[in-house]
Design a protein around this ligand. Structure first.
Ligand code: APR
Length: 232
């Protein structure tokens, strides 16, 4: 079980050019999340939802991991088996930076699933409501992304990791969406040292023992260096 558990949010991918959700020009200031990030919105207008995720998938494919993603991959490589990244992000930048022990609790933009038979497959660049499922053939394909009102993935595994962590870090998350918003308190109650690395104060800053405020591409590599020398 990993000694170091790192929760990441949209802020870690901000400097890669992918939008955050709740910053001043965030995605939820441009789109109504009810329309594009709920099962009801998908039933109402699947074409709009596919357009939303097709655009994000293109942005993601054109984006590059930044120094923060690369620093977390370096940390995992230096401490084999001791680091787990739990990300709320649906981009694949942690994996493309080299992180291997990654749990995507809100699903993956680059994966598609069938609403009818739950088959999953690598998402094409563009998805459309009429696309047939490669397994059952029915036209019920959707991005394999967890929408509001749906259960995040791998919650038992995450809860166990949070309980066992010696060091818990949260990077680039506003701490406004549950259950991820509760991970820091759970880790702290189980005895972990909790560190927040964020551009600014968040809703959950009070849960942390230490804070590093600044852009992730600056504060995360510095923090990783500190963790590695501290354990060196
Ligand atoms: N470096 C570090 N932190 C940053 C940066 C940056 N360059 N830019 C923004 N941030 C911080 C913001 O200060 C904010 O606290 O990242 C956080 C982004 O918060 P949100 O936009 O709310 O994103 P997140 O916390 O990941 O949202 C959680 O909400 O909409 C759902 O499913 C979606 O996974 C998402 C979840």
């Amino acid at each position: 079980m990993a000694r170091i558990v790192i929760l990441t949010g949209a802020g870690i991918s901000a400097e890669s050019g992918l939008g955050t959700f709740r910053d001043k020009d965030g995605l939820w200031t441009k789109f109504n999340l009810e329309d594009v990030a709920t099962p009801k919105g998908f039933r109402r207008n699947p074409a709009l939802v596919h357009d939303f995720y097709n655009a994000r998938r293109t942005n993601c494919a054109n984006a590059q991991p930044n120094a923060a993603h690369k620093a977390l991959a370096r940390l995992e490589a230096a401490l084999p088996g001791q680091v787990l990244v739990v990300t709320q992000n649906v981009d694949d930048l942690h994996q493309r930076a080299g992180s291997e022990n990654v749990i995507q609790m809100h699903g993956a933009l680059m994966r598609a699933t069938c609403h009818a038979c739950r088959h999953t497959w690598p998402a094409p660049a563009e998805m459309h409501p009429s696309d047939p499922c490669p397994a059952c053939g029915r036209p019920h394909t959707r991005p394999d992304v967890v929408w509001f009102g749906e259960i995040p993935y791998h919650m038992e595994m995450i809860a166990e990791a949070v309980q066992q962590a010696e060091l818990f870090a949260a990077i680039g998350t506003s701490g406004q969406v549950w259950p991820a918003a509760g991970f820091a308190a759970a880790a702290r109650n189980a005895g972990a040292h909790c560190v927040e690395l964020n551009l600014e104060q968040s809703e959950i800053s009070h849960e942390f023992d230490a804070h590093h405020h600044g852009p992730a591409s600056h504060v995360v590599p510095e923090w990783v260096d500190h963790v590695l020398t501290d354990r060196g």
